[in-house]
Design a protein around this ligand. Structure first.
Ligand code: SAH
Length: 405
């Protein structure tokens, strides 16, 4: 008898990576990372090409699931699924994107948000931001880099965006030895793209200029400070494309100044002010933020709302002390120009500064300025930047709003 019955294709046999005895516990409890010193890095493990999916097993051979693997990085394995038989293809990725999209549909009325926030959305090291029919994609691991074709196919299947921009310019990529590049992967983009947030229109230019998009993480913090801006003189340092400044302007501020050293960023802010009908009370000022803070403080100028949301001052752990001093100084100068009874929003997006450490710098800065006050809000990023329950440290954004006496 001949064998004519077609057998289903065998599931792919991913290389097996074995952990040291006892090192399976964190993964079993749901932690998504395995460090390189927890892996039995024998010759076969070292020979697994960086970026491969692997079958992770404990020291006794019991399967733990499928992970992405890179033998050369401190985080050697990132869990994809506890299912040891899972096939990692564009369908797998599309299922995760669908789940993330459903969540954003529940959270937001309009299609402008971070769609995929890496581990928390089940797609380690992948970031996708959505601007209506345009998406930007950042692949922060070799695994995601190598599977970018599957990622794009999955995005097409779930969302079918007209334009896809690969925005591969992060410091995480450098850690994985990946090059920086920003380019169009699909469609076209004519100048800046338009987005909506808190009912306002904004502009961002992920291809030209600074090649950065929009920081959706501050959405709720922008709405909060803007709710206190009625009738206020507002100044927004490190304004970028005007997220805080324009939101305050449309919520009834008397006057708003956006300060940044980047002219393209200020142009986007001015364009947003125009589009939202608040150009008459809106001023952009190209300056170094610290110089401008010093100048205004020396001149005795006061504002009822002061916002300082700078780039990360602590890019790596070795910069911690210097960066902390910069947050403290920033707070001291910002407090000096905050009117009595006014509000100060100080923020930090440094992964390496935890919330208590940031709060301490803000508190010290206030003392240095000779000011007292009270914290009204200590917040992080909005819910389109979910946090993996086992990676609380990935909640990188800290924003404090204080009222000063
Ligand atoms: N607050 C912004 C995000 C800040 S991004 C928002 O809500 O979207 C950091 C911004 O700081 C960039 O636009 C950059 O041009 C600006 N910047 C960095 N260093 C600066 C400095 N020393 N003085 C003024 N602007 C600076």
């Amino acid at each position: 008898m001949t064998d004519t019955i077609a057998t289903p294709p065998a599931p792919p046999r991913y290389p097996t990576i074995r952990l040291h005895p006892g090192r399976q516990k964190r993964v079993q409890h749901g932690h998504p990372w395995v460090y390189s010193n927890e892996v039995q890095m024998d010759q076969p493990a070292k020979a697994v090409p960086a970026g491969s999916p692997v079958r992770l097993v404990d020291a006794g051979g019991t399967p733990l699931g499928v992970a992405t693997f890179n033998p050369h990085t401190l985080i050697a394995a990132r869990m994809l699924t506890p299912d040891p038989a899972a096939v990692i293809d564009s369908t797998f990725i599309a299922t995760r994107i669908e789940r993330a999209l459903k969540l954003r549909d529940a959270l937001f009325d309009r299609p402008f948000y971070r769609l995929i926030h890496a581990e928390a959305d089940g797609l380690p090291a992948l970031i996708v931001d959505r601007y209506g029919d345009v998406v930007t994609v950042q692949a922060n691991s070799i695994f995601m880099e190598q599977r970018i074709g599957e990622v794009l196919a999955a995005l097409d299947a779930v969302l079918n965006p007209t334009t896809v921009i690969l925005r591969n310019d992060s410091t995480q990529r450098a850690l994985e030895g990946l090059p920086e590049e920003t380019r169009l992967a699909k469609g076209s983009l004519d100048g800046a793209l338009r987005l909506e947030e808190n009912g306002n229109a904004f502009f961002a230019d992920p291809l030209g200029g600074q090649k950065t998009g929009w920081f959706y993480d501050q959405r709720d913090n922008r709405a909060f400070i803007a709710s206190l801006a009625e009738g206020a003189r507002v100044i927004d340092f490190f304004s970028y494309n005007g997220g805080f400044a324009v939101t305050c302007a449309t919520r009834g501020a008397r006057s708003v100044v956006a300060v940044d050293r980047s002219q393209p960023a200020l142009d986007n802010a001015a364009r947003a002010a125009e589009a939202n009908g608040v150009a008459g009370i809106f001023e952009t000022r190209r300056a170094d933020a610290f110089n401008e803070l010093e100048r205004l403080a020396a001149a005795g100028e006061k504002f009822e709302v002061v916002i300082v949301d700078p780039p990360a001052f602590v890019k790596s752990k070795k910069d911690l002390a210097v960066g902390c001093r910069a947050y403290r100084k920033m707070t001291r100068l910002a407090a000096r120009i905050t009117a009595p009874g006014g509000y100060l929003l100080a923020a930090s997006c440094s992964h390496n500064v935890d919330p208590p450490t940031f709060a301490e710098q803000v508190a010290r800065g206030l003392v240095d300025a000779g000011r007292t006050g009270r914290i009204l809000r200590s917040a992080g990023a909005g819910p389109d930047h979910p946090v993996h329950p086992h990676l609380p440290e990935s909640a990188y954004l800290k924003a404090q709003v204080l009222q000063l006496d």
